[in-house]
Structure formats: structure tokens, C-alpha cells
Write a protein that binds this ligand. Sequence first.
Ligand code: CUA
Length: 231
Amino acid sequence: MSTWANLGLQDSASPLMEQLIFFHDHALLILVMITVLVGYLMFMLFFNTYINRFLLHGQLIEMIWTILPAIILLFIALPSLRLLYLLDEINEPSVTLKSIGHQWYWSYEYSDFNDIEFDSYMIPTNELSNDGFRLLDVDNRIVLPMNSQIRILVTAADVIHSWTIPALGVKVDGTPGRLNQTNFFMNRPGLFYGQCSEICGANHSFMPIVIESVPVNYFIKWISNNINSSL
Ligand code: CUA
């Protein structure tokens, strides 16, 4: 979860998010080097008197400063494509969770198991417990096993919503009439918070997402306790 003064990315809870953070740092480093170089060149232009009345063209330097940026861009484009295709890979998921966006709450279905489905509403500030997180906690959390491939199916019932969890590197739009798919793998236990990130109406800010990442045996216990119930 993000706390105040945390302006960067959250700590990753999945291998793909870790790779996304590495890629972000890599791209940022290239950006800083270009900015410093161009900034230096522009700055120095103000402090010299290099003038050549007969200079009309410079084929060589034109070649260099056209091809060099293209090569630099390749160093961003290729890792970016690698990640893009890695993010879409489905690795034989062991659990499937269906998330349906509503104005303004999420509802969930564990279709692998007998009829487990429930709504998940934000807890209003005046009903929040002392250890709760304001605008972020929900009444019914998603419980999912860690160290397992999990498939997420996202859709919406009314307008477009977006199921977004920064620590897992997941961000999928829920669109009425469509079923979008993504997957993730949680490599540590914990609570992972997310929010809707598609401007979906008056209470868009108030439909958070909470995942409880638990060991597999706890997950099985949770499932068997809730089978055939709507929480
Ligand atoms: Cu749902 Cu914004």
C-alpha cells in the first residue's frame, strides 16, 4: 500500500511488477542521460562564439545524430515489448476470479467453486475501525492463495471501470458486454490494495479493491467455509 511521501512505485508483490519496476528504472536512467547531455549542449551554446559564415551542411554529423537516437530508442523498445508479451502470458492458472464493476462497488465470483460470490463495498469513514485504512478498506475482501497463478476476468455491469492493483502490476478495464482477462502471481503474503482507475461517475474514488494473499491451505479453508454462501 502507498503511504504519504511515497512518490515512486509501490514495492512489488509479483514477479511481473518487479520486472515493470526494473524497466521503469532503466527507462528513467536513459531519460536522465539524454536530458543531461542535451541540457549541457544547449547551455554551452550560450557561451561560445563559434561562427562559420560558409557552413551550409554537415552530412556526417546529421547521420550520427539521426542514427544514434534510433539505436538508443531500441534499448527501450525491445525490453518494453518483452514485458508487454510477458504480461499477457497465461500460465495454467489454478484459481480464476471474476471481478464485476458496478456503480460504485465491485462484486466477485469464484467460478471454480460452488457458487461463491459476494459484493465488496468500501467501508465508510464513520464506520471504520481504528486499524482500518480510510477510503481503502472494504467490507468483504478477496482471498487468494499466494505462490499460485491466478486468472482474473474483469467486466462491468453499467459503465467502464478499471480493476487496478499497483503492487501486482495489474490494471484491466471492466467494460459492459466484454470479458477481459489477465493473470498474476503473488510471491508474498499480505494485504494488497487497489482502486478503480477509470473515471466512472460520482463515487469513482470510493470503490477500492483489497486482496488478502494467504498460504494455500488457508485459502482452501476459506473456500470450504464459504461454499454455497454469499458471505
Ligand atoms: Cu469504477 Cu472508477
